[in-house]
Design a protein around this ligand. Structure first.
Ligand SMILES: [Zn+2]
Length: 84
């Protein structure tokens, strides 16, 4: 279901027929499971488009505001799964 191409949380949620909230709350578990299966998971953290501030990669929910510049143009976190 997940390819190596970077995917947004919203995109993964749509594909699985889940709400964003369901995917966000289950994603840490999903990432742990994928890593336990020997695959690599790369999370590109959400980032502010205005000043480049990078959010914590464990926070998959899209931040509403940048704490550095208070801008609201936030690039959503992207998830890649590399099958080994
Ligand atoms: Zn910013």
């Amino acid at each position: 279901m997940l390819s190596a191409a970077p995917r947004s949380v919203s995109s993964v949620a749509r594909e699985l027929g889940l709400t964003r909230g369901e995917v966000e709350s289950d994603f840490e578990h999903l990432i742990r499971s994928v890593r336990a299966a020997g695959h690599r998971v790369i999370v590109q953290p959400a980032q502010c488009r205005t000043c480049g501030f990078a959010f914590d990669e464990r926070k998959l929910a899209k931040p509403s505001k940048c704490p550095a510049c208070r801008g609201s143009r936030i690039l959503e976190a992207q998830i890649s799964i590399l099958k080994s």
